[in-house]
Design a protein around this ligand. Structure first.
Ligand SMILES: *Cc1c(COP(=O)(O)O)cnc(C)c1O
Length: 404
């Protein structure tokens, strides 16, 4: 049996992907060093300004005055940037306050991590080993084919613990078949996928009820923008308490507007186990102190009218864009739009032309998307003004990008 590259092929990733990165750099689209003008634009060293239409800070909370003030206040009060000791041993009291606030608002025991990626790196091996399953027995572990890179990265480590399978995207029959054949199955997926589409949560909950399917969701792209308290698409779709067969994680560096990651655990889970054995979650860096203060301020905005107003503004912007530009995710209530361009060089050229018109939209190509299916990625935000959005759509029409 060929034992190499069963879960990852770095040679093909670098070999096939690097020429496109080189072309994007040549076109002046990478390594942009900017400063924030606080007028909704970013400025380059030569004075040119552009609007970033590729930020995942969907609700603009990253520059909310209360969020900025939260970072400043805690930094002044504590007089240190980090404690540089495992949170398991010593942690800032405000980190506990932040977790209490999020747990209350999202109705699930919530642990804050340095990033969503480190949460997956820490948790997935403990799921593979069975330690986070209710009965402590090893499941077979199934990754959705479209699961985010940050989870796929951990596959080989999980495969050292248990049998790992890659399932076709959103294939409920494939999963049900596995549930019939195996006593314990755990499934790893995104909530909102970064290239569009969502997990088929209701069908998955049905398999959970019927067979005890364990579910691990990375809902980074919908935290804050979805749900009454910004609890995200998957949590909002679950009634009542988070059950002990579901874990939801997500990044706090996107819609939430600060930094770090969050893990929502069900009642039966051993938070202590996670603190002690989930690798990077217990090493010497916990979330930096200004990020804790900023996150506490952002958490307090979650569930209030201001969050709802921003969620509505975002949806209005998505709807307006959908009216002007047809993409795969038209009508999907999803702020990431990918315009299919095709050849990699063409995507880079479109991105360059758009930059000349004052908008940064990233060219996406392999390994971000499949080979030969390159495109332009545009990310909508609640704090893009209607006028700027109109000018962006006009520029896309002028460039005759597909869909306009
Ligand atoms: C952005 C993203 C991540 C990475 O989040 P970090 O907090 O930066 O680690 C992980 N998963 C998904 C689905 C993402 O979209």
């Amino acid at each position: 049996m060929e034992l190499k590259n069963r879960y990852r092929n770095t040679e093909s990733m670098v070999g096939l992907g690097n020429p496109s990165f080189a072309a994007a750099k040549e076109a002046g689209l990478l390594d942009l060093a900017v400063h924030n003008t606080e007028r909704g634009t970013l400025a380059l060293p030569d004075g040119r300004e552009f609007i970033n239409t590729c930020s995942c800070s969907y609700l603009g909370l990253d520059s909310h005055p209360a969020v900025l003030q939260g970072a400043i206040d805690v930094l002044r009060r504590e007089g240190t940037l980090c404690m540089s000791i495992s949170r398991l041993r010593v942690r800032l009291a405000d980190l506990d306050h932040l977790e209490e606030e999020l747990s209350r608002r999202w109705r699930a025991r919530t642990i804050v991590t340095n990033s969503a990626s480190s949460a997956s790196a820490g948790l997935l091996p403990l799921i593979a080993s069975g330690h986070l399953l209710p009965d402590g027995q090893k499941p077979i572990l199934v990754f959705d084919k479209s699961a985010h890179f940050s989870m796929n990265l951990i596959k080989p480590i999980c495969a050292d613990e248990t049998h790992v399978i890659t399932a076709p995207h959103n294939d409920i029959d494939f999963l049900e078949d596995l549930c019939r054949k195996h006593a314990r199955v755990a499934y790893v997926a995104d909530g909102f996928y970064s290239m569009g589409g969502v997990a088929i949560v209701h069908e998955l909950f049905r398999l959970q009820e019927r067979y005890g399917l364990f579910l691990y969701f990375d809902d980074s792209h919908s935290l804050s923008l979805y749900g009454e308290a910004g609890e995200g698409y998957v949590r909002a779709a679950m009634k009542g308490e988070l059950n002990e067969r579901t874990i939801i994680i997500g990044s706090l560096g996107k819609g939430f507007g600060t930094a770090g990651g969050a893990v929502m655990l069900g009642p039966g889970h051993h938070a202590d186990l996670v603190g002690r054995f989930a690798g990077p979650l217990g090493w010497s860096q916990s979330l930096s102190i200004p990020a804790i203060g900023a996150s506490l301020a952002s958490a307090r905005l979650h569930g209030g009218e201001e969050l709802h107003a921003r969620q509505r503004r975002l949806r209005e912007n998505v709807r307006y864009f959908d009216e002007r530009v047809a993409t795969r995710t038209v009508g999907e209530d999803f702020p990431i739009k990918v315009i299919d361009v095709g050849p990699e060089a063409m995507a880079v050229e479109r991105s360059r032309q758009l930059m000349e018109r004052g908008f940064y939209a990233s060219a996406v190509f392999f390994p971000i998307v499949p080979k030969g299916r390159a495109g332009l990625r545009i990310i909508l935000r609640s704090n893009l003004t209607h006028e700027d959005l109109r000018r962006l759509c006009d520029a896309l029409v002028e460039l005759a990008v597909p869909g306009t």
